[in-house]
Design a protein around this ligand. Sequence first.
Ligand SMILES: [Fe+2]
Length: 263
Amino acid sequence: MQRTELTTAAPETLFVPDELRESSLAETLPLLSPAEVSDLIASCGELGPDPSSDYFTARTKNIAYALCINGDWFQIRAHCFTQPQQYNDFSGGYKRCYREMPKQFLESEATKKALNAFKSAYNIPDNEPILIQVQKSHVTGENTGQSLTGQGIHSDGADRALLICLDRNNIEGAENAIYADLDGAKSLINPCVLNEGHALLWHDNQVFHDVQPAKVADAASQGSRTVLIAHYPATQYLNGTVNPNNNLGTNLVQDSERLRDKM
Ligand SMILES: [Fe+2]
């Protein structure tokens, strides 16, 4: 198992997809320049509501299902996903619907760079959909220190995953971590702040991940953190079936906390 510390890199040392290794269970690396991050955020348009976040830090989100055919990315007209409760006892087990990414999302060179990096890193085949989510956590003086996801250490139920930090504004904390076990006894990447443009890639069917709560740096102002998350495979999220390649399971939450019983 390899552990890779977050590095700060000058623009000229930005990510080269061929350098990623399928054999590494998790990696952090610089991926997008500041200009590319701005381009990608702009391509998302306005993010829509995320009703599940009524139960943790307020969040807005857009999603897209996309697949690559001969080097070009195409979007599937779908805007919901269901994560089986086997992977997410808190917000799994029911269909969650979001605003769909606008057409310009996949026209963005920065978006294509991010998706091509994910595809290249893990040899994701052409014609295979991936699920992409861009979400913004809205941190205030009132909700500071709350969970950003409602989940503790978990797997998302995919085989491979990518997270890119796109924006940290008046934010402290929100460190990302990778663990070998659900209890977090063995960390593979200790909690670390992903700076803007930096990515975390991991084998979602072999290791667990987590994000720490965020706090506002200046309590008098609001803060936000925006990330892009991508998962492969994605077809199982369309109908909520269990991924046969992922049997990592989940920590259970109290009966009263399960969102599938409230929605
Ligand atoms: Fe997750």
